[in-house]
Design a protein around this ligand. Structure first.
Ligand code: ATP
Length: 294
């Protein structure tokens, strides 16, 4: 009986491993698929970035031709400055970050970095210039070291550790029995939302991009983690052109410019103080959030 059981048990193991590997491949292809329709223009030059100024000019967009998501959105992020976007769920906030990364092309208007239209430069140079801290970070089934170094694969161990320190995740990693060699992801150590976002912040620090997109996690973190992540964000956003997609108003209070979006349109813009004084939608959202916290 044992003679039969062992090979069957082994086959079961092999089957599970192959299935998991295929699931990973599928995820990878899905990520790539989002991009397949976007092609470089023939002879496109690389994007020239030093200090990057970002400009959305009369941008309209829909994922499907029948359903428009963004309507005539215009705003500028001067080099080294921060713009934050707030608004109800589904207003189109994260769509702005997908367009800046050129996962999709705009249907009207244009997006420019230092005056260069995104459609006229190579995707490789564009993506090298932008670091994203997404809402929900996908971790590879690999070591924490690999997951951070993914931001810049040629990084040395010391550089990875320095990035982890700046993202305040080094001590956490150091306390794990296998340290930076600990395997994380679906089949490894599961990290909390806050820890995953710190890995993404470390990746972005290591990449050292001219432009940073921070898509705040929708799921609520405890207030201690939230404050810590906001401090880390402030540190890496300094002197970098930053777009923050915010789900909590506490994140945007210090932004130089806040855009309030509603159903694909920018309906208000200004600093926190200006928007409160205007007593419009932002002021309502702020009052509501203050009440919720009481
Ligand atoms: P949230 O605060 O909930 O993250 P959001 O303001 O970031 O929302 P978006 O993610 O930009 O909203 O989505 C705007 C609209 O576009 C939504 O109605 C959503 O259903 C739609 N949408 C988003 N992604 C896709 C997609 N890949 N294909 C089709 N429609 C999409």
């Amino acid at each position: 009986m044992l003679q039969l059981y062992m090979p069957l048990h082994f086959l079961g193991f092999v089957y599970r491993e192959i299935k998991n590997a295929l699931a990973d491949m599928e995820k990878m292809f899905r990520l790539l698929d989002e991009n397949r329709e976007i092609q470089d223009a023939a002879g496109a030059p690389t994007l020239a970035v030093g200090n990057a100024a970002v400009s959305f000019q009369h941008v309209s967009f829909g994922y499907d031709p029948e359903r428009q998501i963004l309507f005539d959105v215009s705003f500028d992020i001067p080099a080294g400055h921060t713009v934050a976007v707030v608004g109800a769920s589904g207003a189109g906030k994260s769509t702005l970050s997908r367009l800046l990364f050129r996962f999709y092309d705009v249907t009207a208007g244009g997006i420019f970095i230092n005056g260069q239209d995104l459609r006229h430069v190579t995707q490789q140079s564009l993506r090298a210039a932008i670091g994203i801290v997404p809402q929900d970070t996908v971790l590879f089934n690999d070591s924490i070291f690999y997951n951070i170094a993914y931001g810049r694969p040629d990084a040395t161990r010391d550089e990875v550790i320095a990035a982890a320190r700046s993202a305040h995740i080094h001590d956490f990693i150091g306390a794990l029995p296998q340290g930076y060699d600990t395997v994380v992801g679906e089949r490894g150590l599961k990290l909390s939302g806050g820890e995953k976002q710190r890995v993404a912040i470390a990746r972005a620090i290591l990449k050292d991009p001219a432009i940073l997109i921070f898509d705040e996690a929708t799921s609520a973190l405890d207030s201690h983690s939230e404050r810590a992540i906001q401090d880390e964000l402030r540190a890496i956003a300094r002197d970098r052109t930053t777009l923050i997609i915010a789900h909590r108003l506490s994140t945007v209070v210090e932004a130089e410019q806040i855009l309030v979006m509603d159903q694909g349109r920018v309906i208000e813009r200004g600093s926190h103080r200006e928007l409160l004084a205007a007593q419009g939608r932002y002021a309502q959202m702020w009052a509501l959030q203050q009440q919720e916290q009481v």
